[in-house]
Design a protein. Structure first.
Length: 117
């Protein structure tokens, strides 16, 4: 079974940057699409971006507004989310997931991002 492990979260000030990493392991075939989602306290989990192993990314532009960049490195079996110009509204637990037909199927445990003013 596919396993996902997130890392790279932390606490930053407004305007700062973080680079999240999602390591993909297990399974017989490499999942085609990996997505990043986030869940703020008291809110539903929401889509942020997704990417395939050719690097074609899809974003929720209302949330990312050109500040986030998703990328993938097939040889590393890793997907990255570079987040710049962070704001307090970005504070959440960030999860990566295997996406099939635009639906998340398998989740990692998440990594916490906290942005303070």
């Amino acid at each position: 079974q596919v396993q996902l492990e997130e890392s790279g979260g932390g606490s930053v000030q407004v305007g700062g940057s973080l680079r999240l990493s999602c390591a993909v392991s297990g399974g017989t075939d490499l999942p085609t699409v990996i997505g990043w989602y986030r869940q703020a306290p008291g809110k539903a989990r929401e889509f942020v971006a997704q990417v395939d192993w050719d690097g074609s990314g899809v974003y929720d532009w209302l949330k990312t507004k050109g500040r986030f960049t998703i990328s993938s490195v097939r040889d590393e079996r890793r997907v990255y989310l570079q987040m710049d110009r962070l704001s307090p509204e970005d504070t959440a637990t960030y999860f990566c997931a295997v996406v099939v037909n635009n639906r998340p199927l398998f989740w990692g445990r998440g990594t916490q991002v906290s942005v303070s003013s």
